[in-house]
Design a protein around this ligand. Structure first.
Ligand code: SF4
Length: 220
């Protein structure tokens, strides 16, 4: 591909994003939740497993431990038994109980609605905080996960597309600078959906990809 100016790259990015909007008109968080606390817990549990699997254990977890205080006071064995199918159940239980205790003791049992406060919670980084902000509070957030890193790299939407160890915070800052805050949450959803459906890690399905005409990494 000939060298592309930044202006041309941004224009291509928006054209490609329009195609992703067509492909995924109504994106939404794949984790089931009805409150910020439930989404925070589900997001923490989703590490190293699928959202689908998390959704199979959270109904019982949320009904047995409906708030931060009850979860903080839970018998770890009871929580381990419920989340066992997710793997890493001992460390995840420890994290959840610690997180719930901090929410109970420092935040009156409520999940804070700012990035600065969320990232002070144990086990909560910017990715989890952005998921909660964007999906539970309606505050613009751009979670950068493995799919977002891979897809934005293949599409060369970011300057460091060929880095072998791209910095998620840098990716968040750069990609967000090209889009309106009101677009950030759905943009992340669509990149994740595209990564799961088509732009697979091992073998991207470029033949059926709606972006293959302009994607610099297209295999066709
Ligand atoms: S053309 Fe291929 S590499 Fe490019 S975004 Fe589509 S699936 Fe991914």
């Amino acid at each position: 591909m000939p060298r592309e100016s930044k202006r041309a790259r941004i224009q291509r990015m928006h054209e490609e994003y329009a195609l992703l909007v067509e492909a995924f008109p109504h994106p939404k968080c794949a984790l089931d939740f009805t409150s910020p606390l439930q989404l925070l817990i589900a997001t923490v549990l989703s590490a190293q497993t699928t959202d689908k699997r998390v959704n199979t254990v959270t109904p019982e977890l949320f009904s047995r431990f409906p708030d931060a205080a009850s979860l903080a006071a839970a018998n770890p064995q009871d929580v381990e038994d419920i989340i066992h199918p997710l793997g890493f159940y001992r460390s995840k239980t420890k994290h959840l109980l610690g997180l719930a205790a901090v929410l109970r003791d420092r935040f009156d049992g409520e999940v804070p609605d700012t990035m600065d406060s969320l990232v002070t919670l144990p086990g909560v980084g910017r990715k989890t905080a952005n998921v909660v902000l964007g999906n539970a509070f309606g505050v613009p957030g751009f979670p950068v996960d493995t799919h977002v890193i891979r897809v934005t790299g293949r599409l060369r939407w970011r300057g460091d597309w060929n880095s072998s160890s791209p910095d998620p915070v840098h990716i968040e800052r750069e990609i967000c600078s090209y889009f309106e805050p009101s677009q950030w949450t759905d943009l992340s959803h669509r990149l994740i959906l595209h990564g799961r459906a088509t732009c697979h890690a091992r073998k991207p399905d470029c033949e059926v990809c709606p972006l293959h005409d302009t994607c610099p990494s297209s295999l066709i």
